[in-house]
Design a binder for this molecule. Structure first.
Ligand code: PLP
Length: 375
């Protein structure tokens, strides 16, 4: 049986809850299931305010609107990340200043970010790659010193922490994804975490197409209308119903993923020690939310051969990202700085299958192929 890279999964109640939403007579956004999901995240992680969105990309776009970045403003973003981390700010007209990864980890090298700050820098966007925390004390210290806003792209970081504090809840704004490849899924979906109360009211208005409809439904105003910028950032109750069923099983999902992750780590430790496939360290301030199991090959050629070997044996392994500063859209706008670590991770990272329905025996099968490749 072939082993796919990813596979969507049901935890049990998803379709029941969708039916319940339909039968309740309301399937547009900001209904009962949306409220339940938001409350769940607020209570579990102590987030001050959560708004479900149709994607993490949308949550990042809301963050860019709230940060009021525009032409003439600069936003620092790692080059080794998904397009959306940068795109959301580009849409508001800001200039992206791409930063390099750490030598030992794909995360942003915060020791080298300060050199990129100018009087025009408004936002520092940090990405917690594979759910492993960036050094948030360092990020927040830079933000205080230079009057920046910190936006956490926590797309991969549900249930992960920095020094025990939930990721997504530390920067001024945080953004999660519930895309089908993440730990908790609803097809396409996300959430904006509003940690700075200054943004509380405006976030809700932007979310509801620039109207104060949410206040109206809470009975705080007696009519609602167009009061600000915005878009339709809120998901339907059908999506929220699916998501709530997943959130209810968050602990089971996490336990299962961590068990699979640990099998990979144990089986591949000998290979990692000998040569090839290095397993990047998890800093002591971070934790492992088992979002991703990945290793580093020693070259692009080696990675291509490893992925081909896995494929020939029915296993789909993948790589990502192409450094954004070299992308067809951005290359001509980049200031020319070399970002060697981002490029190296782009060439050498290989991601192995990781999903809820993966069986421990399948993980061992994948590991045997990798061991065979390096033998
Ligand atoms: C998945 C991902 C996104 C995009 O999430 P969507 O919900 O698909 O918009 C953004 N940033 C990172 C780091 C991601 O992994």
């Amino acid at each position: 049986m072939p082993i796919p890279f990813n596979q969507p999964f049901l935890t049990g109640k998803e379709t029941d809850y969708i039916r319940q939403a339909v039968e309740s007579g309301k399937i547009s956004g900001n209904g009962e299931f949306t409220q339940r999901c938001q409350r769940f995240l607020e209570e579990r992680y102590g987030f001050r305010k959560v708004l479900l969105t149709t994607s993490c990309t949308d949550a990042l776009e809301m963050a860019a609107i709230l940060a009021e970045v525009g032409p003439g403003d600069e936003v620092i973003v790692p080059s080794f990340t998904f397009v959306s981390s940068a795109l959301a700010f580009v849409r508001q007209g800001a200039r992206i200043v791409f930063a390099d990864s750490r030598p030992d980890h794909p995360n942003l090298d915060l020791d080298r970010v300060e050199a990129l700050v100018t009087p025009r820098t408004k936002v520092l966007a940090v990405v917690h790659y594979a759910g492993v925390a960036c050094d948030m004390d360092r990020a927040m210290e830079l933000a205080r010193k230079h009057n920046l806003l910190v936006v956490e792209d926590a797309a991969q970081a549900i249930d992960a922490t920095y020094k025990g504090r939930p990721l997504g809840g530390i920067g001024h704004l945080g953004c999660f994804s519930f895309h089908e490849t993440k730990n908790i899924i609803c097809g396409e979906g996300g959430a904006l975490i509003v940690n700075d109360d200054r943004f509380r009211r405006r976030a809700e208005i932007i979310w509801e197409k620039g109207t104060n409809r949410a206040e109206f439904f809470r009975g705080e105003v007696n009519k609602y209308g167009w009061v600000d910028m915005g878009s339709s950032f809120l998901p339907s109750e059908i999506i929220a119903a699916f998501l709530y069923a997943q959130l209810e099983h968050l602990d089971d999902i996490q336990a299962k993923r961590k068990a699979l992750w640990n099998i990979y780590a144990e089986e591949l430790a000998p290979v990692a020690h000998q040569r090839g496939l290095a397993l990047p360290p998890i800093p002591s301030y971070a934790c492992n939310n088992a979002h991703m199991f990945y290793g580093l090959c020693s070259s692009l050629e080696e990675r291509t051969a490893l992925i081909a070997r896995l494929k020939a044996n029915g296993v789909l392994a993948v790589f990502h990202y192409l450094s954004l500063h070299k992308s067809p859209f951005f290359a001509a706008k980049h200031d020319g700085r070399e970002l060697p670590h981002a490029d190296r991770f782009a060439d050498t990272i290989v991601r192995l299958p990781m999903y809820f329905a993966l069986a421990p025996g399948q993980v061992r099968e994948v590991c045997e192929i990798v061991q065979g490749f390096y033998a």
